[in-house]
Design a protein around this ligand. Structure first.
Ligand code: AHR
Length: 506
């Protein structure tokens, strides 16, 4: 068995994690909103129609932000359709997902839901069919105190105080040919810049996110990012990144190396941002909002196939993108979380896409139960225990060949939470058959005691949580031997996600 010794030093840190790294995403897509978070008439629904069984799981998951209302949906969405008396709201065709949108849930409902779940809203603007002026009107409706037609309309709609939403995204994936009114980078810069100017005039307190590349396979990557950054560097606070991961080659070793694909993507964006910083002579460090990421088998399971049956076109909340996740998916997701955390000096915010039903950690039945998918667990463990400063490490780690390059056999992230006097080591062993022994050198932290080692348990790597059997995949505490406890040593099972907690003296 290989043995790896990790050496940590108290002040040798990457950065402190911003809570916004554990954000999520709710789009008007499939059953994310309707019969997901919102289902009037459901046995658990509160007076406002929010499913409290789902809200409870959302709170348990520990997500900190929610990006809304899209996604591809937003590029054809008129925010005015979702405000005012519900019986007067129009029913529209949604071009992005070939669905019918009833608009029974809009910005006011979203804000109430966020208040109830303790989540910080992140609002995406329509930069497809929308105009800079409409974006300004939307912000005025939401954040202006009163005395104008739109801000007074919000007050009439029952929200006296301004919402003071602070996070605003200038469109969604405008580089993607699938996007409603997609455009090239230069056209995007022009539209985004004028929109950002209006937004800041209305509310100088907001933070603005511009569209980066939709993924690293885009033909325009990373030129899109360079042009957008050069054109908008002083107007924006964040560049967004989106990326979904899947088993593209059918080889488990490649799939387990997905974290390397994410890492390469982030490094390229950071390098591009720093190049532009020098080129435009700025002192600002551009931060990244990785506001769509997850595992999504889109190539092997394209969502469009549902609409091959013409009867399904323009259904209300069709059951699309409802992926069920395996234990293997949860392990890969854990390694992606390690990567995000290890880049928290630049990736300040991130959104797991999405939250409920649509490629999500939570699944619901209309009128029925809500369950945790396998990927719920690593996210929850990170959000709960992954708070504090991320430690750098010294270790000599062997590698494995993957289609993304040489991947370390163990992907890890280590977080020191000084308040809780805790060090938490998250790790994924990507070796398919070999366990891995890990030892730790924490001598600059004083006495450090190994407290627990939790992994995820399931019958096999392909088992999944279902409505019939919702606890197939659950966290499981491993027994620690007296020798392991005495010597701060652990063993990572093959293909496993692990969380190891240590208590520190200081
Ligand atoms: O999350 C699903 C979709 O993936 C989003 O609508 C879009 O932004 C991305 O392509």
């Amino acid at each position: 068995m290989k043995c790896i010794n990790f050496i940590f030093q108290r002040n040798n840190i990457i950065a402190k994690i911003d809570p916004a790294l554990y954000g999520s995403f709710i789009e008007h897509l499939g059953r994310s909103v309707y019969t997901g978070i919102y289902e009037p008439g459901h046995i658990s629904a509160d007076k406002e129609g929010f499913r409290t069984d789902v809200s409870d799981l959302v709170k348990e998951l520990g997500v900190t932000t929610a990006r809304y209302p899209g996604g591809n949906f937003v590029s054809g969405y008129n925010w005015r359709d979702g405000i005012g008396p519900k019986d007067k709201r129009p029913v529209r065709l949604d071009y992005a997902w070939l669905s019918r949108e009833t608009n029974q849930f809009g910005i006011n409902e979203f804000s109430r839901w966020c208040e109830k779940t303790g989540i910080r809203p992140m609002i995406a603007l329509n930069l497809g069919t929308g105009t800079p002026q409409e974006a300004g009107y939307f912000l005025e409706y939401c954040n202006h105190a009163g005395g104008t037609t739109l801000s007074d309309l919000r007050r009439q709609h029952g929200q006296e105080a301004p919402y003071d939403f602070t996070l605003w995204c200038l469109g969604n994936e405008m580089d993607g040919e699938w996007q409603t009114c997609a455009m090239d980078a230069h056209d995007y810069v022009k539209k985004a810049r004028e929109t950002a100017k209006i937004m800041r005039w209305i509310d100088p307190g907001i933070q603005i996110v511009a569209c980066g590349s939709s993924n690293s396979m885009q033909k325009t990557f990373p030129e899109w990012d360079r042009i957008v950054l050069e054109g908008l560097y002083e107007q924006i606070d964040f560049l967004s990144c989106h990326h979904y991961f899947e088993n593209r080659t059918g080889k488990m070793s490649d799939y387990l190396g997905s974290f390397l694909q994410m890492e390469n993507f982030i490094r390229t964006i950071v390098a591009t941002a720093d190049y532009v910083k020098a080129k435009v002579g700025s002192t600002k460090k551009m931060m990244i909002s990785f506001d769509e990421w997850n595992i999504w088998s889109i190539e092997s399971d394209p969502w469009q196939s549902y609409f091959e049956n013409p009867k399904h076109r323009f259904e209300i909340s069709p059951p699309i993108l409802e992926q069920t996740y395996s234990l293997l998916d949860a392990v890969v997701l854990g390694s992606l979380l390690c990567t995000l955390v290890n880049h928290c000096d630049r990736v300040q915010m991130a959104s797991l896409a999405q939250l409920v039903n649509v490629i999500a950690p939570i699944s619901t039945q209309p009128g029925g139960k809500a369950i945790r998918q396998s990927i719920f667990w690593p996210f929850k463990m990170f959000s709960q225990y992954g708070r504090g400063e991320v430690l750098k490490y010294l270790a000599s780690i062997p590698t494995l060949a993957t289609c993304y390059g040489e991947a370390k056999v163990v992907q890890s992230a280590t977080i020191h939470n000084a308040e809780k006097k805790e060090i938490v080591f998250f790790a994924v062993n990507i070796q398919e058959t070999e366990p891995l022994e890990v030892s730790f050198d924490f001598h600059t932290f004083g006495n450090v005691t190994l407290m627990s080692h939790v992994t995820l348990k399931g019958n096999d790597l392909f088992s999944r949580n279902t409505f019939v059997s919702p606890d197939e995949i659950i966290p499981h505490s491993l027994h620690l031997t007296p020798e392991q406890l005495a010597r701060n040593k652990i063993t990572l099972p093959p293909v496993s996600f692990n969380m190891v907690v240590f208590r520190t003296e200081c």
